[in-house]
Design a protein around this ligand. Structure first.
Ligand code: P1T
Length: 381
């Protein structure tokens, strides 16, 4: 079946007990057992919950994976993937990722004997050159948060496959509607479901989608053993979100293109980062591996003062962390999402004090532009 049909129906069979069309929120911690070792397949809600399992079937179908495991946040999902590794293993990471991902790797997981190399993965050769005998995982974002760099997943997966390395892709920015990494050779997809999958800024969650039988067994074990599961209520919210994922993503994309063009032509903006602009250095790759460009845009205002003017002058756009909701959010990566990245590295990546990030929502685009226009007019005033 095609995407929108799967989004609405996969994992969403009417409830067997009542016929309820919407999967109920099974708000329970445990299940009555008929006798010792005799039960309906549900023993304890950390291990099995019907609402969470329905969401997991849904997301596995959308990402074209064999299994999905839902976690309490995007970071919990990434952390779970990293616990597939052992002390002494080496990981190659795209040098630009969400700041929290870098923080988890650098400040937490390094203490457990994992080694990380950060490479400019826009050039697949850099991944190849960083690979060692102990390299077990390549972890990438594409497009990256916040400077929208792309990684050629087919090219990198050709390297990882040849060397027996696991390729993990954080697909949060595109969602499976615009990009399906497993179809391009990735082994594991992670999501912050907090963003486009839920889409309404009312839930924090994460997901891991994968294909390899051994990794699936290990991930099921880790989800239960470490226990960072997604709650039934949040599972239900994300499921409600995915039903409209296709229509929302189409609108984010339509609005994103218009806002990016407006920003690119604005005299007070020095640079716009959006893979749907022909001026993006990887525009051709974007066209090849994504079926849309989405709603994430960053732009350079030139200074902290200019960025502050814009961020404090917007009225419709909301100043805040996060992205992927129906409402337009605007943020300052250097002091918010990427504050944990060392300053010199931030600047090198383009995450300057003047950089502003917009998660373009699905309001009427004329209103978004009018708001940005009046905020930008305050620069230098
Ligand atoms: O916030 P959480 O659900 O734990 O997800 C973490 C995460 C993982 N991957 C990407 C690409 C992300 O953007 C995030 C979270 N990002 C933000 C909160 C943000 O404003 O960029």
């Amino acid at each position: 079946m095609k995407f929108s049909t799967e989004a609405i129906h996969a994992g969403q069979e009417p409830d067997s007990a009542t016929g309820a069309v919407t999967v109920p929120i099974y708000q329970t911690s445990t299940y009555a057992q008929e006798g010792l070792g005799k039960h309906k397949g549900f023993e304890y809600a950390r291990t099995q919950n019907p609402t969470r399992m329905a969401l997991e079937r849904n997301l596995a179908a959308l990402e074209k994976g064999r299994a999905c495991f839902a976690f309490a946040s995007g970071m919990a999902a990434t952390n779970a993937v990293m616990t597939l590794l052992r002390s002494g293993d080496h990981v190659i990471v795209s040098d630009n990722t969400y700041g929290g991902t870098f923080r988890l790797f650098d400040k937490v997981l390094r203490n457990f004997g994992l080694e990380f190399s950060y490479v400019d993965a826009r050039e697949p050769q850099n991944v190849e050159e960083a690979a060692r005998a102990e390299t077990r995982t390549v972890f990438i974002e594409t497009p990256t948060n916040p400077v929208m760099s792309l990684v050629d997943m087919r090219a990198v997966s050709e390297i990882t496959r040849r060397r027996g390395i696991r390729l993990v892709v954080d697909n949060t920015f595109m969602s499976p509607f615009f990009q399906r990494p497993l179809e391009m050779g990735a082994d594991i997809v992670v999501h912050s479901t907090t963003k486009y999958l839920n889409g309404h800024s009312d839930s924090v969650g994460g997901a891991v989608i994968l294909n390899d039988e051994e990794d699936i067994r290990a991930m099921a074990f880790i989800q239960n053993a470490a226990g960072a599961i997604l709650s039934p209520m949040d599972s239900w919210l994300v499921m409600r979100g995915t039903k409209t994922l296709a229509v929302r993503m189409r609108q984010h994309d339509e609005n994103g293109r218009v806002v990016a063009q407006f920003l690119a032509e604005h005299p007070k903006i020095q640079k716009v980062y959006y893979p749907g602009l022909k001026s993006h250095p990887q525009y051709e790759l974007a066209e090849r591996q994504m079926s849309g460009f989405g709603g994430m845009i960053s732009f350079e205002t030139g200074s902290l003062e200019n960025a502050r003017q814009v961020l404090e002058s917007v009225r419709l756009c909301t100043l805040g962390e996060s992205l992927g909701g129906v409402e337009t959010l605007i943020s300052h990566p250097a002091t918010m999402t990427h504050a944990s990245v060392p300053e010199a590295e931030r600047i090198r990546l383009g995450i300057t004090d003047g950089l502003v990030r917009v998660s373009v929502g699905i309001e009427d685009v004329e209103d978004i532009i009018a708001d940005l226009d009046q905020a930008l007019s305050k620069i230098g005033s």
